[in-house]
Write a protein that binds this ligand. Sequence first.
Ligand code: CDP
Ligand code: CDP
Length: 222
Amino acid sequence: LEKELVIAIDGPAGAGKSTVARIIADKLGYVYIDTGAMYRALTLKALNNNIALESEKELSKLAHNTDIRLAKQGENNIVLLDNKNVTTEIRSNQVSNNVSLVAKVAQVREEMVSLQRQMAKSGKVVMDGRDIGTVVLPNADVKIFLTASVEERSERRYQELISKGEEVDLEQIKTEIIRRDEIDQNREVSPLVEAEDAIRVDTTKLDINQVVQNIISICQEV
Ligand code: CDP
Ligand code: CDP
């Protein structure tokens, strides 16, 4: 690449954001920032502490009093919640099914967005999420909106959970993904919407490698 870039990748659940963002960051020698992992970590803490997910006040307080960090451990990206490694735990179905309720709270988002902007300050980053191109990094050099049909996204998530040995039902996963997207798209603060200047990439019929090549080509043109 001719220039050091800030790359924003947004889109709904299962579009392939984190998979391709991680590979692109590795290829370019950039830092990968998984913003969904931050909301997931906070959700895990709320669940573990029996905090009422309807209480915006409780969740805001929790966000303010929680230390969430993304770090590298050798080759791996890890998530630290109050200094504890929760990388695996935050991917559970229970966290997936509750995270949107935590992520719609305005003060929770304020805390997370401010951390995310700090992490992106030095450039050479690939950040993925829902509001990166619209809110977190509106001046990003490259904005990608990754999508795929809901059937394909559900199938991907299903395969992923099956391979981890979780007992799951495809139709149920689909229902949960639709519900989560709906909450993300309709919340008042920073909803999931395509930025006006984003490039849309439909991954329904593409494999991971094709998506990566596609985005790298877009970056090379910048
Ligand atoms: O990997 P998956 O697409 O299932 O989810 P994720 O990227 O880990 O994000 C989990 C949830 O966090 C999303 O459904 C959103 O509710 C929330 N999120 C958000 O609100 N804003 C972001 N920038 C990233 C995630
Ligand atoms: O982060 P997001 O929720 O957008 O999706 P992901 O967790 O990166 O991807 C969900 C699953 O789809 C992963 O198991 C990927 O290996 C798989 N997948 C993909 O990401 N892209 C494709 N073109 C095909 C499959």
